[in-house]
Design a protein around this ligand. Structure first.
Ligand code: ASP
Length: 338
């Protein structure tokens, strides 16, 4: 995989995909290309603040069927920073409420001459379905508990920025691994780039079957903290759970919240991060969320860089794609189905 050329015009020539649907099916070289493109765009836009015109004349539609603060705003800003027009689609005020099907709605948007759809939906595989039916680029902004590829990429980008290299780093993902799309995208991306991954949480939220992928499974945060270079503290996804996976939030926090006390037993340069929204006092205490090693806000800035890169690459490639549009094969589906 060639590295990113220096002129922004030529990058799409080396990117082989039309969509970004998951990290599971990207090669290590493709992931690196995306990260390199994000780094270049971050620099070219003076830390994601300055505007470029490389996507002028292009139109991006944000099609969000689940709540979002960071991802939606970040895709909108990223598109604007590159000179594209952005349409914010709101399901509640649309003809979906008059009975129009999801695909018909999307096809109508396509007929208005858009270039890329950024979609978030509670049903795993929705972006894959859209990619089969539309002749535009599709970016997965989170499909149920399946994947959230740009979140995975921005997490990895933030680690790479601080550590220089992902390969050989030990990364602990702590929390509701069963229902977290962020966990899935992190696992795929980190493993492909050579990191050691530990998933940690109560047995009801962390299945032994993760070991099949070469991931270490732990139910003891205190034991893994001293071994980790990075901890990614994942939110308990109450909205995706059918049953209560632990007796009380207080007990969960006692065993699995990253606190100042636990930080004392960590490596001095441990990086802690959380995809947001964070629940202070549940997965992370205030002193850890706000400490100098916290990447929580760095990640938000880096989210813009990664999304600029994703839009740029997907807008640039108009080739028909055959390898990514099959039915969603999450590889590790929502854990309750494992
Ligand atoms: N914002 C991330 C997501 O949409 C993480 C979370 O909600 O906990 O998956």
């Amino acid at each position: 995989m060639p590295s990113v050329p220096h002129t922004f015009d030529t990058v799409p020539q080396v990117w082989p995909h039309r969509h970004l649907l998951d990290l599971e099916r990207l090669t290590p070289g493709e992931i690196r290309l995306l990260l390199d493109a994000a780094a270049q765009l971050k620099e070219a836009t003076a830390g994601c603040r300055r505007k470029l015109t490389i996507l002028s004349g292009r139109t991006i539609v944000n099609l969000f069927f689940e709540n979002s603060t960071r991802t939606r705003t970040s895709f909108s800003l990223a598109a604007r920073r590159l000179g594209a027009d952005v349409v914010e689609f709101s399901a509640s005020g649309s003809s979906l409420s008059k009975g129009e099907s999801f695909i018909d709605t999307a096809k109508n948007l396509e007929a208005m001459g858009i270039d890329v759809v950024v979609v978030r939906h509670s049903t795993p595989g929705t972006p894959h379905l859209l990619a089969q039916h539309l002749d535009v680029g599709v970016i997965n902004a989170g499909d149920g508990a399946h994947e959230h590829p740009t979140q995975g990429l921005l997490d990895i980008f933030s680690i790479r920025e601080r550590l220089g290299d992902i390969s050989g780093a030990t990364v602990g993902l702590v929390g509701d691994i069963a229902h977290s799309r962020t966990a899935r995208s992190n696992v795929w991306g980190l493993l492909k780039l050579g990191a050691k991954v530990i998933v940690c949480g109560p047995p009801t939220l962390v299945s032994k079957r993760w070991e099949e992928l070469g991931v270490e499974v732990s139910h003891n945060l205190d034991e893994i903290v001293p071994r980790c270079d990075v901890l990614n503290l994942l939110r308990i996804q109450f909205e995706r759970q059918n049953t209560r996976p632990f007796p009380s939030v207080r007990e969960y926090a006692h065993l699995y919240a990253m606190t100042g006390e636990r930080l004392k037993r960590a490596r001095k340069d441990l990086l802690s991060r959380a995809p947001g929204p964070i629940n202070r006092g549940v997965e992370v205490s205030d002193d850890v969320a706000d400490c100098p090693q916290s990447l929580i806000l760095d990640q938000v800035t880096n989210g813009l860089a990664v999304r600029m890169a994703t839009l740029w690459l997907t807008c640039g490639n108009r080739l028909p794609e055959t390898d990514q549009t099959g039915p969603a094969q999450p590889g590790l589906p929502a854990e309750k189905t494992l």
